[in-house]
Ligand binder design. Sequence first.
Ligand code: 13P
Length: 237
Amino acid sequence: MIIAANFKMNHTRASTVAYLRELNAFISNENISDEVMIFPPFTALDRFETPANLTVGVQNGYPAQKGSFTGEIGLEQIEEFGIDLILIGHSERRHILGEDQPFIAQKFDFFKEKGFRIVYCIGEPKEVRESGIDAVLAYNFKQLEGIDLSYEKLVVAYEPVWAIGTGLTASAEQIEETLSRLRDRIKAPLLYGGSVKPANTKEILEIENCDGVLVGTASWEVESFEKMLSISKNLKK
Ligand code: 13P
């Protein structure tokens, strides 16, 4: 299983250090063997010492080594911290920051070329979900246009937009059906994201074709994230 925490625009440099110190101790004391990924904000990045199964990644990156891209962070800045894990295509970047599919595919190609592990996010808005599973799949497959699904360091996160930060989780049936249809085309690990919390982690992780979760809100408190790691540890799957 992959259990990932997306801090989004939360946590400071100081609180990220405290979070990772606590999490490192928890992972070794509790013999957590799942793969853990933490995506802090850029300002909190550092060369953190972590157990082998905990990887720190970036929430975004500009597809260039360096250059005149005001306000952006490129490969040179990311590599300074020894980071080779990136989140690409998150719905907040697509819908709030206006990233389109050609730009997202360009980012994917750039970071693939550099050998990064890529957690690539897809997910449909509410009105598409209300139109039924065929519309959902068509929408999600459009978000895979230009993406090399055979890339060996790819992880795909299915995060329905209407379930992100809303407290609304897709039902187990909706997740199961969507993941199984995505699985026809995607051999990479498949994560679910969207209001995952300790109370629903077990049910979600038990779903066929679900290889882990990408957690926002409920990951920001380290104790809550640790609860989800314990639930995954005790799962027989
Ligand atoms: P929430 O867990 O807050 O719904 O966010 C999910 C998400 O967007 C993770 O990337």
